[in-house]
Design a binder for this molecule. Structure first.
Ligand SMILES: Nc1ncnc2c1ncn2[C@@H]1O[C@H](COP(=O)(O)OP(=O)(O)OP(=O)(O)O)[C@@H](O)[C@H]1O
Length: 826
């Protein structure tokens, strides 16, 4: 036995040695290329001093190329080389651009057969890595994982092996090969490589990857992408690629790898940027390291759905009833009215909900402010408050009810009724309110002109036109006219309109026959979180409203600010490639988002959660884009999935969709998946949960105090959860997540104080997309009762663990003798 093990070890060591030799060769080649690149940089710098146009152009081209080399090669390539396939002779003997044979199927005669079995000689060996490397003769030392020649590494299965005989995953750190794991795709075959039998090492790489401890950041899965996932990653980017799959099937991982694949495959096409929309900032932080590890970051912006609007960052949560109103497509009708109605601030604000701390209202100085507090006093005087630059409404500004100017030495006035008529005429149609100001100005001048009596003074049309022009000049240079226009037709901002909507009485008018009085009250109260200047905590749903309002209001053209000249600008694209410019993924995403409002490809993760209003917001960012939409209806926290699906269909238009399904759960062991499936059966009867790929033998644990009906509350609950988290921290190497109902978030963080960084407390909605080695789910009934989608949210909470799960019963859980709460019983 011992001798047998020693023999296996020695074969393993020998195979590790074989891969080490190859990796050494690759690094030698990389070093040569780094020297080449450095030489190019130095040479380019010297040429830069010559200064003739030809030399400068040449320098630019060299610096550009050297930038590409250095940036790629200087990246830390931990497990840079991760795979290998040994292949049979191909059918046609043709080679592709990466130097590998292109045929997917083996040549006839590649496999010999006699009564002793089947035999073949390995005709080609390819190594797969994060970037492609050619040797000095242009033969492939490493194939980029996204290249067509690498596809068999992911696609080949024992059922459909193609040319692949053995697939090997190589584990390395820096320049050292640590281990190899092989899968045989043609186990019936005796294959030889250079005359010796092909050895097979280990139990396969997938299981090794899945068993690893989790940290607070996601790892790429490039070494173990599975065939059904690879089909999605490499799907042609036509129209909409639509992917459904249960928890843990790799949807997020696939979405990220797809972004990297698309860029590799057609960098020019995606120069317009790829946007990945993620449900929470926590998930953004969890996933944002994956793309850099795949050698891609510059062109991809990963943004939380609450951070899609510049300058707005959602930090607050709406309670489910309010979220339901704000997310619903009914809001569109309300916002249309509000965007126009907010121009008028001349009414007393009696119905306005109280908001903020005393004295805050009216104190802000930012653009876009509307105030109703001080409006009433000024209103009576008929004086328009002079606003800030560009006619933006300031606190205390009020809509004037009379326009009084002096023209040709005479006083000309327009009274309230006339002004109302003009406003009405301007607002006809659907044009954005802020873009109507020139038209408002024109109609005011027309009305003043006809009032002035000067209209009939000349019969000669030329003289009449001249008189009119000088009349207009006179009036428009008068301070009182400018002040009037600024106050009467101020530039509205989305935040200003949201503040206006916090006035329950006015909101009631805008929402008539759309929202019920109860809904109107709730909505107004929730918006009263904002202070008079529109600042204050925004919710993820508010951000979609801001975006919609931005479209309804429009942005008037302004003279562009000149940017300072940066000599690097002359080198197209160089700033993306130069390693010196260190910018984090987040900073880069910020910058890209500022520069871009539309993208070439939009990837929506956890798409089932987007509300109709959020779909509209995301849709605006990809009007001409191709799309990848990944989601799981069973995990939807939106109360009305049908309404959201209709909004999704509207955002995606009539583009054809290619549908994919992911069917294997790589996250949860079977023991946990089985428990979660019981909740799925309640949440969405008939919906199938994905098959778990492994089992750990560790059943979920149920914890109660064992008191009357096993109920737990108050300090007992805190202690129980803390003890359980501490126990799990001992059991696993990685992270522990404690998932509680949203209202317990802060309390739960206190329960865990001092237990260290490996453990975190999360509200149920924050757990979306994340995973931990072990989780504690606290009071399933509380989570389920939180919203109409509560059971689906509970399903999400129960599917976060890669190894162990503990369920702690709370007051409402009614656990049985074994501690299993009501909702989780078979
Ligand atoms: N082919 C694979 N090889 C190794 N690990 C994988 C593979 N596919 C998925 N995983 C791992 O499984 C886990 C779940 O993946 P991911 O988070 O992408 O799933 P998901 O479908 O988005 O889940 P959810 O819907 O619950 O958010 C991750 O740890 C991921 O790295």
């Amino acid at each position: 036995m011992a001798a047998q093990e020693a023999a296996v070890d020695s074969v393993r060591d020998r195979e590790i040695g074989v891969e080490q030799e190859h990796l050494d060769k690759v690094y030698r080649r990389l070093e040569e290329k780094i020297h080449e690149a450095e030489f190019l940089m130095n040479d380019a710098a010297q040429r830069g001093q010559v200064g003739t146009p030809g030399a400068l152009a040449e320098r630019d081209a060299q610096v550009f190329r050297a930038g590409i080399h250095l940036n790629r090669l200087n990246n830390e390539f931990e497990d840079f080389l991760f795979g290998r396939i040994d292949l049979l002779l191909g059918k046609d003997g043709k080679k592709g651009p990466d130097g590998a044979y292109t045929a997917v199927e083996p040549a006839e005669g590649a496999v010999r057969e006699d009564e002793g079995g089947k035999y073949a000689e390995i005709a080609e060996t390819l190594h797969i890595g994060r970037i492609g490397v050619l040797d000095s003769d242009y033969a492939p030392l490493v194939i980029d994982w996204r290249a067509p020649a690498a596809a068999p590494f992911y696609r080949s299965t024992p059922v459909d092996p193609g040319r692949v005989v053995r697939r090997r995953v190589i584990r390395s750190k820096g320049r050292k090969v640590l281990g190899v794991e092989d899968d045989l795709m043609r186990p019936e075959l005796t294959a030889t490589l250079d005359g010796a039998e092909l050895p097979v090492i280990g139990d396969g790489a997938l299981m090794a990857a899945l068993g690893q401890a989790r940290s607070h950041t996601m790892r790429d899965i490039v070494a173990s992408i599975q065939a059904e996932q690879d089909l999605v990653i490499r799907a042609p980017a036509a129209s909409v690629t639509y992917v459904e799959g249960g928890p843990g099937t790799g949807k997020t991982a696939v979405a990220l790898h797809r972004a990297a694949y698309l860029l590799y495959q057609d960098r020019r096409r995606y120069a317009g940027g790829i946007l990945i929309v993620s449900p929470t900032p926590l998930l953004v932080a969890y996933t944002e390291g994956v793309l850099p590890s795949l050698g891609e970051e510059g062109q991809v912006a990963i943004r939380a759905v609450g951070s899609l609007v510049d300058g707005a960052e959602a930090t607050a949560y709406d309670d489910p009833a309010v979220a339901r109103i704000k997310g619903s497509s009914r809001m569109l009708q309300v916002l249309r009215k509000a965007a126009r109605g907010a121009l008028e601030t001349s009414e007393p604000a009696r119905g306005r909900t109280r908001r903020g701390a005393p004295g805050r209202g009216g104190a802000g100085q930012d653009a876009g402010q509307l105030s109703f507090g001080e409006a009433e006093a000024a209103e009576e005087s008929g004086e328009g408050g002079r606003s800030g630059e560009g006619g933006t409404k300031t606190p205390g500004a009020v809509t004037p009810t009379r326009l009084r100017v002096v023209a040709f030495g005479r006083r000309v006035e327009l009274e309230a009724e006339e002004l109302r008529r003009i406003r009405h005429a301007v607002l006809g149609g659907t044009a954005p309110v802020n873009l109507l100001r020139p038209r408002a100005r024109k109609l005011l001048l027309d009305a003043l002109w006809s009032r002035s009596g000067a209209a009939g003074r000349h019969t000669d049309p030329e003289l009449a036109a001249e008189l009119r022009a000088s009349f207009d000049d006179d009036i428009t240079s008068e301070d009182s006219f400018i002040e009037f226009l600024d106050a009467w037709w101020p530039e509205l901002t989305p935040r200003g309109v949201l503040v206006a909507m916090a006035d329950e009485r006015r909101l009631g008018r805008w929402a008539r026959r759309v929202l019920t009085p109860g809904e109107t009250r709730r909505l107004a109260r929730s918006l009263a979180r904002l202070d008079a200047s529109g600042h204050g905590p925004l919710s993820v749903h508010d951000v979609a409203l801001l975006d919609e309002l931005q479209t309804l209001l429009g942005t008037p053209a302004r003279p562009r600010k000149k940017r300072e000249y940066d000599p690097l600008d002359a080198l197209t694209g160089l700033e993306e490639l130069m390693p010196q410019r260190e910018e984090t993924q987040r900073e880069r995403a910020e910058r890209l988002a500022q520069e871009r409002t539309e993208y070439a490809h939009v990837i929506v993760d956890e798409a089932q959660d987007l509300t109709p209003m959020q779909w509209r917001m995301v849709g605006r960012r990809g009007r001409t884009a191709t799309w990848t939409v990944v989601g799981d209806p069973a995990q939807s926290s939106w109360s009305d999935p049908d309404e959201a699906a209709a909004a999704r269909d509207e955002a995606l238009g009539s583009r054809p969709r290619r549908r994919f399904e992911l069917t294997v759960n790589y996250r949860n062991p079977a023991e946990i998946a089985e428990l979660a499936a019981r909740v799925l059966a309640l949440a969405m009867p008939g919906m199938k949960s994905p098959a778990a790929v492994r089992s750990t033998g560790v059943e979920p644990r149920f914890v109660t105090t064992g008191g009357a009906r096993g109920t737990v509350a108050g300090p007992d609950l805190a202690q129980l959860v803390r003890d359980e988290a501490a126990r799990l921290l001992d059991q696993v190497d990685g992270t522990v997540g404690v998932v509680v109902a949203m209202r317990r978030r802060e309390e739960a963080a206190r329960w865990l104080a001092g237990l260290g960084e490996r453990v975190v407390a999360l509200g149920s909605l924050e757990a979306k997309g994340l995973e931990y080695d072990a989780t504690v789910v606290v009071s399933p009934a509380e989570i389920a009762d939180e919203s109409p989608a509560g059971l689906r949210v509970l399903y999400v909470a129960l599917t976060r663990a890669t190894q162990q799960l503990t369920v702690v019963s709370g007051e409402r859980d009614e656990p049985d003798a074994a501690g299993v709460p009501d909702l989780l019983r078979e």
